[in-house]
Write a protein that binds this ligand. Structure first.
Ligand code: NAX
Ligand code: ADP
Length: 283
């Protein structure tokens, strides 16, 4: 075996458990973290799944910025999570400029458009943590350098194999060490944590640290599971957990929630089980 293979740590709570946030008597909803998610149209379920996951992962406030014409669709199925309508790009950017926002998520259901690209760049300009998933990755197909130049704060990219290939022009392999090297190279190139999803998810940071998550049953291969994961990461980032640990914790808790549910899992089930997993980790 060649000895230049990248080293990695298997994901386990010991790597991040002590960083999980715990509310105390001085906590208020804003101090517990405000997550702002870009909500798209016509694919509206993805951002709502991410919002549920963010809220169940402990963020004190979760809001979804939604185009005004889609407001009633979002608002009709959300209670504690706020749908914040915008009628124009300046109105959307005003929501992003809110000083109280602790972390952003863009991509689930966002659509592959110039608006998605510009909104992603605007979020990155704040220097606050940003999770870039799904369509926001596809919107930068073969333009990873544009993302890299814009990143000035903590940033997590959560591609599946197809999104990774679109973004970087490199097809991820199945062989673990080569896959780790691919994720690590991407992470160094883009200056962001890369969570390359799959049965074994690779979580790579620009400083060379790599964590491999195997706590993921195959029942996670279901529509929307990735949207939930992205919401969980954004939530932990908004609560002050560093990007690598937030990604590793979210991946492990996501897998554990799926394991607890068992057969017949759909994405909606995951946020409901996150509190039980968190309870066992924080107690
Ligand atoms: N309930 C909802 O509203 C849901 C909305 N979703 C949203 O739907 C939009 C499109 O997402 P899709 O995932 O369908 O489309 P993608 O843009 O991810 O493309 C799917 C295509 O990518 C290729 N691919 C290669 N490797 C893959 C892998 N490991 N996993 C999945 N596809 C792979 C396949 O050829 C597949 O046809 C996104 O905005 C996403 O957030 C999905 O997340 C599913 C659930
Ligand atoms: N065969 C599998 N075994 C374990 N986990 C899987 C498997 N397939 C997918 N996953 C996990 O499920 C999630 C799927 O995310 P993604 O592909 O983005 O789906 P979606 O776009 O529908 O939300 C990821 O967390 C991934 O790691």
């Amino acid at each position: 075996m060649p000895n230049d293979q990248p080293s990695y740590q298997p994901n386990s709570p010991a790597l991040w458990q002590s960083l999980l946030p715990k509310p105390d008597a001085s906590s208020h909803k804003y101090s517990r973290g405000y997550v702002l998610i870009q909500g798209g149209y016509p694919v509206t379920g993805a951002a709502r799944l991410a919002g549920l996951a963010a809220a169940r992962s402990g963020a004190g406030i979760t809001a979804i910025a939604v185009p005004e014409h889609a407001f009633s669709i979002y608002a009709s199925q959300l209670l504690s999570i706020m749908a914040k309508p915008y009628a124009s790009t300046p109105e959307l950017y005003a929501l992003i400029d809110d000083q109280r926002v602790g972390a952003f998520l863009i991509g689930p259901g966002a659509d592959n458009t110039e608006e998605t690209r510009q909104t992603t760049l605007t979020m990155l300009q704040t220097g606050k943590p940003v999770v870039i998933d799904a369509d926001a990755l596809t919107a930068f197909a073969m333009q990873a350098d544009r993302l890299s130049k814009a990143i000035s704060g903590p940033c997590v990219l959560t591609p599946h194999d197809g999104e990774f290939q679109r973004l970087l022009g490199v097809k991820p392999t199945i062989e673990l060490h080569e896959r780790i090297q691919q994720a690590l190279t991407a992470s160094r190139q883009i200056h962001a944590v890369i969570l390359l999803k799959g049965a074994k998810s690779i979580i790579a940071a620009p400083d060379g640290k790599v964590i491999v998550n195997e706590n993921a049953p195959p029942t996670l291969a279901t529509a929307g599971a990735g949207d939930v994961l992205a919401g969980m990461i954004a939530s932990l980032l908004a609560q002050g957990v560093p990007a690598l640990e937030a990604s590793a914790a979210a991946a492990w808790i996501h897998g554990e929630a799926a394991r607890l549910f068992g057969t017949g899992l759909i994405a909606e089930d995951l946020p409901e089980l996150v509190p039980q997993v968190l309870e066992s980790l924080i107690a």
